[in-house]
Design a protein around this ligand. Sequence first.
Ligand code: CO
Length: 134
Amino acid sequence: MIGRLNHVAIAVPDLKAAADTYRGALGAKVSEPQAEPDHGVTVVFIELPNTKIELLEPLGENSPIAAFLEKNPSGGMHHVCYEVDDILAARDKLKAEGARVLGDGEPKIGAHGKPVLFLHPKDFSGTLTELEQA
Ligand code: CO
């Protein structure tokens, strides 16, 4: 069921500083910042040869990454995202296996314009796990 690693997301307190580090010290190709008000984050995408890195900065009052950054003030790995062919079939299988789907359990449109779901970190070795329909 599980497919490619689509991205690793890193929450950061200062998106410009983090993007500059990737662009400068690491020589990466970094996108322009993209505001995602529905998800409470501003994002930049870093294209690597085999996957992507997303840098996430809080946007707005109730950002879902605000509490994470309070615990990890210099930033940190926030989630991994795996591709699946059929997100509803994947969700139903995972629920049958006892995994908890966050929110109302219905896919939302993610930063790449594709349906995504998040799975409870306690069910996946302490790692918030996103599924994206490829
Ligand atoms: Co993501």
